[in-house]
Design a protein around this ligand. Structure first.
Ligand SMILES: Nc1ncnc2c1ncn2[C@@H]1O[C@H](COP(=O)(O)OP(=O)(O)OP(=O)(O)O)[C@@H](O)[C@H]1O
Ligand SMILES: [Mg+2]
Length: 253
C-alpha cells in the first residue's frame, strides 16, 4: 500500500521571466511505508526541490501530494512539520547555536506538539535527553549543558539527526546531511542514520552525492535529471547495482 503519493507534481520557478526554471516536471512517485530511498542526480537536477515540495516549502503549480491517505497539497509547511522531520547539509541549520544541547532538544521535542512536554527542562527531561544522546555512542551525553555552537559539525549533525527522529516522524527528509563532514564522521553519521531509520522503521528520503552511500543504504534508489525521475530501482535490483552502473547512468544524461 502506498504511504506517500506524488501525482504529477509540477513546479516552475520565476515563470515568464529570464530566470524561468522548470524544476519539477510532472513528477509521480509512490512511496511505501518504511521505504528508505536514496536520491541522486547532478547539481540542479531538482533533488532539494523534490524534498521541499514534499515538506511544503512552496506551493505546487499542479499535481498533488497525499500522505497516509490525506491530501496535503494545500497544507502549509509548519503543519506538515508535525510529522515530517528534516536534516540539512549545513550543521548550523536547524539548531540554535547559543542555546545548550538540552535546550535545543527540548525545543524540538515540544515543537512536535506533545502538550505535556512544554519547553522547560526538568530533571526528568534532562535524564531522558541524556539517554537519547547515549544511543549515539559519541560521548555527547556529557555535553547537555554545552552551547550547541561550540560543538563540531559532526556532533551537531548527530544531534540534529537525534532531534529529527526522537519523536518518530512519519517521514524523514535528509538533504546531503553528511556532505559537510570529514569522511570518517560521514561514515559515523551514516551508520547512526541507518540504525535509527531501521529501528524505528522511518520512511526516509536521503539525498546524497556519495554514490557508495546511495548504494549501501536504503532499499530503493531514484535518479533525478532535469526535474524528472529518470530511474527508480528497488530491492534486489538495487542490491545488484554497482558504482560503475551508476556512473554510466549519470553519464548518459
Ligand atoms: N526557491 C527557489 N527559487 C528559485 N529557483 C529555485 C528554488 N529552488 C530551486 N530552484 C532552482 O531549481 C533548480 C533545481 O534546484 P535544486 O536545489 O532542487 O537542485 P539539487 O538537485 O538539489 O542540486 P544540488 O545537488 O546542487 O543541491 C535549480 O536550477 C535551482 O536554481
Ligand atoms: Mg540540493
Amino acid at each position: 500500500m502506498s504511504f506517500i503519493k506524488l501525482n504529477n507534481v509540477d513546479k516552475t520557478f520565476f515563470p515568464n521571466s529570464v530566470r524561468e526554471h522548470h524544476a519539477l516536471k510532472n513528477v509521480s512517485l509512490d512511496i511505501k511505508k518504511g521505504d528508505f530511498i536514496t536520491v541522486i542526480g547532478g547539481n540542479g537536477a531538482g533533488k532539494s526541490t523534490l524534498l521541499n515540495a514534499i515538506a511544503g516549502s512552496f506551493s505546487l503549480d499542479s499535481g498533488s501530494i497525499v500522505i497516509n491517505g490525506v491530501d496535503v497539497t494545500k497544507t502549509v509547511e509548519h503543519k506538515r512539520a508535525k510529522y515530517i522531520s528534516r536534516v540539512f547539509q549545513n550543521p548550523m541549520q536547524g539548531t540554535a547555536p547559543r542555546m545548550t544541547v538540552a535546550e535545543n532538544m527540548a525545543l524540538s521535542y515540544s515543537r512536535v506538539g506533545k502538550k505535556f512536554f512544554k519547553f522547560s527542562l526538568t530533571k526528568n527531561r534532562k535524564t531522558y535527553f541524556k539517554e537519547q544522546l547515549l544511543t549515539l555512542n559519541l560521548g555527547l551525553e556529557d555535553r547537555l549543558d554545552s552551547e550547541m555552537g561550540v560543538l563540531s559539525g559532526g556532533q551537531r549533525q548527530a544531534i540534529s539527526l537525534l532531534m529529527a527522529t526522537m519523536q518518530t516522524p512519519k517521514l524523514l527528509l535528509l538533504d546531503e546531511h553528511t556532505a559537510a563532514l570529514d569522511p570518517k564522521t560521514q561514515q559515523i553519521i551514516m551508520e547512526i542514520t541507518d540504525k535509527v531509520v531501521k529501528e524505528k522503521e522511518i520512511t526516509t528520503l536521503m539525498i546524497t552525492h556519495n554514490i557508495n552511500d546511495a548504494l549501501k543504504y536504503g532499499n530503493r534508489l531514484i535518479v533525478l535529471n532535469q526535474g524528472e525521475i529518470v530511474k527508480d530501482i528497488k530491492n534486489e535490483d538495487k542490491e545488484k547495482l554497482t558504482a560503475i552502473d551508476i556512473f554510466n547512468m549519470l553519464d548518459n544524461f
